[in-house]
Each structure stands twice: as C-alpha cells, then as structure tokens.
Design a protein. Structure first.
Length: 212
C-alpha cells in the first residue's frame, strides 16, 4: 500500500540517499550508481522520481514519513509504503496528525501527545530511537489491514504464533523530516529456541499495550 504527498517527495529522496549510504557498507548488498542488489539477489533500479517506493523495495521494513508543517502543533504522516500493517490501514492515517493517527490507542491522550511531539522535536539527525512489541496470533498472515471501526480481536496467549515489530524513529539529515519504520517478525511458538521459550516465561506477553 503506497501513498505520498507532493510535499514529501524531497524528504523521500533524502531518505533514499541515507539508505544508500547505509546499505553501501553492508556485505549483503551491492550498491551501484543506478541500481542495488538486495540480499535475495533481486536488482532494484534507483528511481529518484519514485524515491519512497524505491526505498520500500530495498528493505523489509514498512516505511512512513512524518513532517511538521509551519505552524502545525504536530507532525503529519505525509507518505508511506506498507506491506505488513497490523490492525491499521494507511488510508486512515495518511495526512493525519499524530494524535489522530493514535486515536484507537486508549492511553494516547493530550498529555501523551505533548510528550511524543517533544520527543519528535528533540531527536537529532544521526541518532535513532527504537522499541519492540509482541502479540499472540492464531495464524501467520502478515498483511492484516483492519480498519479502526473493526479492529482485530486480541488473541489470548498462549497461541500458535508470536508477531513482533521492531519500530525505529529517525530524523532525516537534509530535510529534517521524521521516518518511522517497522520490521515485522512472525514466528511459530514451536520454533522458539529453548532460551526464547524461557524468556517468554520470564517476561510474558501482556495486553497492556493497545494495538494500532
């Protein structure tokens, strides 16, 4: 699923430039002036007129761009390329401010919104913030675009599958736009290593975090 506002195209090119710098020092990528070979052997042409779509083809992460217009109280989601949404749709988040994006999240009130915006404003280019979550799932489908009006029913644990997202927030170096990426992992509980099974016992998955 793909959408981008005209005002985010320059930020998308900024993102693509940053990604190429990072990928060029990795042994599993081959970066050439006009194309990139991914670890799976697929060559991706570098199309700077469709920079966000190109970036989305280079990595496994879902990618969203957030910008704060002059005079706006919050950042707005101005672009996204999404393959693996978990109980949300890009259409309901696109061109919306942060507090509207998080409307299904019960604890996301004005106080939380103010703190999150302060975090966005304070994050410097060259640094990144990340977190991870985990949820039980009955089946392993990665594309789960549930609308806000009909969210996924939560699966009480233990369940056959565990879905985890590694979420990273980064400020782009040239345009100052924010990039939020999500790398989704899905694993069957039976495939967990002995240490991972023990870790799950020591740190059980709870339902305190509301999915979005």
């Amino acid at each position: 699923v793909y959408a981008i506002d005209a005002g985010a195209e320059d930020a998308a090119r900024d993102l693509l430039d940053l990604m190429l710098d990072l990928l060029s020092v990795r042994d599993d990528y081959v970066v050439e002036p006009t194309r990139v070979r991914r670890p799976d052997g697929v060559w991706v042409d570098l199309d700077r007129d469709r920079a966000l779509m190109t970036a989305g083809r280079l990595v496994q992460e879902d990618i969203t761009i957030l910008q704060r217009p002059d005079g706006a109280d919050e950042h707005i989601l101005t672009g996204g390329v999404v393959c693996f949404p978990a109980s949300w749709t890009l259409a309901e988040k696109y061109m919306r401010p942060l507090i509207r994006i998080h409307r299904p999240v019960v604890p996301y009130d004005d106080g939380v919104a103010t703190r999150v915006q302060r975090l966005f404003d304070g994050l410097k280019a060259g640094r990144a913030l990340w977190r991870a979550n985990a949820h039980f799932y009955d089946e392993p489908t990665l594309f789960r675009p549930f609308p806000e009006a009909a969210p996924r029913a939560k699966t009480p644990g233990p369940a056959p599958y565990i879905r985890s997202e590694r979420q990273v927030l980064t400020r782009l170096p040239r345009t100052g736009a924010m990039v939020f990426t999500v790398h989704t992992y899905m694993i069957a509980r039976e495939d967990l290593s002995p240490q991972q099974k023990q870790d799950l016992i020591d740190h059980p998955i709870t339902f305190q975090e509301v999915e979005r």
